[in-house]
Design a protein around this ligand. Sequence first.
Ligand code: BGP
Length: 487
Amino acid sequence: MGFPENFLWGGATAANQYEGGYLSGGKGLATADTITNGDQKHPRRIVIELKDGSKKEISRFEDVPQGAKAIVDEDVYYPSHVATDFYHHYKEDIALMGEMGFKTFRMSINWSRIFPHGDDSHPNEEGLKFYDDVFDECHKYGIEPLVTINHFDLPLHLAHQYEGWLDRKTIDFFMNYCRTIFTRYQHKVKYWLTFNEINFLRDYSTLGICEASNPQKQQQAIYHLLLASAKAVYLGHQINPDFQIGLMIANILFYPETCNPNDAIAQMEMARDFKDFYYDVQCRGYYPSYKLKELERQNVVLQKEDGDDQILRLGTVDFISFSYYNSSVISTRQNSEKSGGNQLGGVKNPYLEESEWGWPIDPQGLRLVLNRLYDKYQLPLMIVENGLGALDTIETDGSIQDDYRIDYLRKHIQEIQKAIEYDGVDVIGYTPWGCIDLVSAGTGEMKKRYGFVHVDMDDLGRGTLKRTRKKSFEWYQKVIATNGQDL
Ligand code: BGP
């Protein structure tokens, strides 16, 4: 009883927030390298160069004007440049993961480390070698790499030259990248995820398109992403039929605020727009009817080529993965009280506590998510991100007593256990986010920490990068050692 014997316990990271070494080893610039840090009051920014050569900072990434280019400005601090420097600490970090007993380690390959400009004709051998070393190091400890092919980054040149995912050529560049890494690592990596939180890719930094709020442009770029994901799944299986290739979606759970049918309809529409559409396409292989109707209403006409429909059908995924941090309440009432933060805003849920960043904490919501997904798609499920972003305090004796984090994770693991034991859901793995401290995706802050291991680094990039085990380190080690029995 309890968790299956081969359950994939581990932790998750991503190159853009963890790896650093932004120009080392032949890496090119990525869009992620042009985003500044921020804090809860001051949003992150992108410095752009306008057509006339003047510089400007913008805070809404949707607003990059046509013809402008994101640039790296020497006077500004960019958290991705060093991040928490996995690039130079990977041996130490993987040893720590080994010590915790990880069965899997989720990480992403930095596209611009392999193809510095994105459209290069040959890959960068030094970049390929780096990930060879990382995967070898994982296998030393019996850790199975779980690789996100693309996590919130894009070679900057593709944004400048092609407007990123708006141009169909970017699919070909992406396929070159996939072919290269699938072939190179086919004996070292079995589990792959195509795009991290594909349903959050909506702006310049992730799609590379200017004026991303234009529906025609945005929907065309998303169509290209979905096509690229399907092509990658199909290609991966041709290269190695044993590959397990999954989708990855930000799974915020939506509740209607009341039993007013208007709320229920609004909730349904929100869920479809934000996430269901992406699951449907990647699990079933075609655009659902509600999406086609919506595109019609928006006067969006997708530019397609012959064979596209077949590609979508052939490239459905082997398993589903998702991030789960919180739930959100959908209301049609005027003047409802807003939630403190949340990834999407929404109305305050009076039944839930919120994190220091205002994200509602809803462990039972995870059980609901697992059940709904399994009912709908009957595919194995992996929770590849979950966790509490919190301020940690270093005590005078140097320890970090992060009981709040343990409490958050414990409650979520208990709900996963119920989904497995009581509901019979096929859950195959759990990799809490930011297992070693890394930079926040939402704000670029360092102080919003998720890890079992503390990294000495502050919001302005000052710190020794020293790694220290937190109290949760030992706790998680015990959870894994007992296969989730001792929580
Ligand atoms: C997800 C991303 C991660 C990650 C996480 C936590 O949306 O896939 O990259 O960072 O959220 O969010 P944040 O870093 O904003 O706390």
